[in-house]
Structures are given as structure tokens and as C-alpha cells.
Design a protein around this ligand. Structure first.
Ligand code: DAH
Length: 339
């Protein structure tokens, strides 16, 4: 029996030297120390021993078991160390490899100009109002003093959802919506999309953007209109910019005007940008028509106001000298990356 134990110990030693993985180690443990393992098999012969031999063999068997167990534990630690070393090697990061480049997006030219416009008016104490793009005929036309069948509707044909629901042709309906909700003093701008049944060309699109403005308070005059919009033009195009008011007609303002700025390219001498005129039209404006104030629930005998509307695409095209409106909508990276 002693020889058997010694032989087992030797074989175990040889086998352990070849173990490389945790699974192999466990298999070896079961084979030698398990319930049906080699040690148990040898110990089954204890019964055949004499009473004097038994404790001696018992002690030897225990020593062998302890040796096997400590060898297994030792080897397990070696495997651990090996595994860590392998992982460190496999997960090594090569910090000399160039990093991934993330391309940062940037603002669309329309957004650049819109943000500037907002900034200027917010600085003058205006706030921002919004209204729906799918609008009632009432707000888009009727309440703005444009009755059904009025000829001024001809230039603002649009997309009708029903007879009385349409895609708004202008941001002016927001004027009425704001007046209905808010008592004077009112000082708002309202940027947003508008729609017209126009064919696409270099200066027309069925969808474009406007910025509406509305000021209502006691004692507002044409002087306030001029002062406010002159300040706006100077902030947008530079201190040397001059403005000029030309009489015009809008149904919802009286009197009405169009506002030109001195050409920011030639300073007024005349160049291709201003078509030799020296002036460039940037917006329509006027004193809010008494009927419109009334439709908004405001007493025109107590309050007065001015309004204006500008086309964002037009402003952007002048600003960046873009000669075709379509470029603003085509999402051509070669174009957009210039801004
Ligand atoms: N809504 C007008 C248009 O689309 C622009 C406009 C002109 C707005 C005069 C105004 C204004 O508020 O007072 O042509």
C-alpha cells in the first residue's frame, strides 16, 4: 500500500506538470482526490491491514492527501498569474494609433442669419412667439383684413387642406394670435415656415421662412417703426448702413412701406448685387391697421402699433452672396461646408 501511495504521488506530480488550464486542474483533482478517485481506491484496502500497520498507513495517506492538495492550490495560483499575463497582453492598447476623427456639424446658413436676427431683437426687448403652420383662413387672411375674394389673395395662393384650413402663406397670422392672448404692451418677433403655391426657381420656393415683428402699445408712431428697424439694419449690416422707407400697400397696415437698406457691398454707389440701384429691399412694414387691432381684441382708439415681415432666405442670400435659393434646400455638403 505504501508503494501504491508513493507511485500515485509520482504520477500525480508528472500529470500536474502538464496542466495548463483551470478545467484540466479540476479534472486532475477529481481523478486523484475525488469520491471515486485514486486515493479513495487505495484507502479501501485499509481493511486488509493489521492493527499496527493501520495508523501508520493512515498518517501516510493523510500526508499524501495534504501534499496533493497544496500542490493543486499552488498550481491554481500559477494558472491565475498566467491568465492575467495573457489578458494584459491581449488587451494592450496601442496609444500610438491615431484616434478616430469626429466631424462636428455646424449651423445651416439660414440658422446663422436667423440667430443673428433673433439676437438683435431679443436685445431690444422683444420676445419670441410662434404659431401653427397649418392655419385657419381666418387668421391667415380674414383677420388681417384680407376678405375672401380680395385680389391681394392672388399673390398668396397656397395649399388648402379644406376650404378654411390652409398652409399659412405668411407669419402675419401670429400677430392676431398674440393679440388675442396678450394685452399690450406687445413686443414680439415670430420666425417660421410659410408656404405658397409657387414653382421652384432661383428666387422662389413653395416653402420659405419669414420673421414677423409686432409692437403694440400706447403712443406708438411711425417714428418708432423707423427707429427700431434702422437699429436692426445697422446691427445686421454695420453702423454705416442707411435705410429708406418707400410707400407700399399691405392690407393689414396703414400706412404701409417697404424698407430698403443701402447696399452693404458698394455702400450705395451701385453694383451687381443691388442691380446698380444702391439700395436693397429687405422687409415690408407699416402701422397696424385699426381693423386688425380690433380683430385682435385691442382698442385702436387707445393703442397703436407697427408690424414688419422679412424673408429669411432673401436676407441670407444677400448676407452670403448666394445667387440661387435652391442651394439653401438641397443639402449639398460642398455648398454647406463653406459656412
Ligand atoms: N406678410 C407680408 C408678406 O408675406 C410681409 C409683411 C409686410 C408683414 C408688412 C408685416 C407687415 O407684418 O407689416 O408679404
Amino acid at each position: 500500500m505504501k508503494e501504491q501511495l508513493m507511485a500515485m504521488r509520482r504520477v500525480f506530480g508528472d500529470r500536474l506538470a502538464q496542466v495548463n488550464t483551470r478545467a484540466e486542474l479540476e479534472a486532475l483533482r477529481v481523478e486523484f482526490l475525488g469520491k471515486k478517485g485514486q486515493l479513495t481506491t487505495i484507502l479501501k484496502q485499509m481493511g486488509k491491514l493489521s492493527a499496527e500497520e493501520r495508523p501508520v498507513m493512515g498518517q501516510l495517506a493523510n500526508e499524501v492527501r495534504e501534499l496533493l492538495e497544496s500542490s493543486l492550490a499552488n498550481h491554481s495560483e500559477q494558472i491565475n498569474a498566467l491568465e492575467i499575463a495573457q489578458r494584459l497582453k491581449a488587451e494592450k492598447i496601442d496609444i500610438t494609433i491615431p484616434g478616430k476623427k469626429y466631424k462636428l456639424g455646424h449651423k445651416h446658413p439660414l440658422s446663422i442669419v436667423l440667430d443673428e436676427v433673433k439676437e438683435i431683437f431679443l436685445g431690444m426687448g422683444f420676445s419670441i412667439a410662434t404659431g401653427p403652420e397649418v392655419e385657419l383662413d381666418y387668421y391667415n387672411f380674414e383677420a388681417l383684413n384680407i376678405p375672401k375674394n380680395h385680389p391681394s389673395r392672388d399673390t398668396q395662393d397656397t395649399f388648402y387642406i379644406t376650404e378654411n384650413i390652409l398652409l399659412r402663406t405668411q407669419t402675419s397670422p401670429v400677430q392676431i394670435r398674440v393679440m388675442e392672448k396678450q394685452a399690450p404692451p406687445i413686443r414680439i418677433i415670430s420666425p417660421g415656415r410659410v408656404y405658397r403655391s409657387d414653382a421652384v426657381d432661383a428666387t422662389h420656393s413653395p416653402l420659405f421662412n419669414q420673421v414677423e415683428g409686432l409692437v403694440v402699445d400706447k403712443g406708438i408712431t411711425m417714428g418708432d417703426l423707423k427707429g427700431c428697424l434702422e437699429a436692426f439694419a445697422k446691427r445686421l449690416y454695420g453702423e454705416d448702413t442707411k435705410i429708406r422707407l418707400r410707400p407700399h400697400h399691405f392690407q393689414f397696415t396703414e400706412p404701409s412701406c417697404e424698407i430698403d437698406v443701402s447696399c452693404f457691398r458698394c455702400g450705395g454707389k451701385g453694383c451687381p448685387m443691388c442691380k446698380g440701384e444702391g439700395w436693397i429691399e429687405i422687409l415690408g412694414a407699416g402701422m397696424v391697421h385699426p381693423k386688425v387691432l380690433k380683430n385682435g381684441g385691442i382698442d385702436p382708439d387707445v393703442y397703436s402699433g407697427f408690424a414688419f415681415g422679412l424673408g429669411l432666405e432673401r436676407l441670407t442670400m444677400f448676407r452670403f452672396q448666394i445667387d440661387d435659393l435652391r442651394l439653401l434646400y438641397e443639402n449639398d455638403q460642398k455648398f454647406l461646408n463653406q459656412f
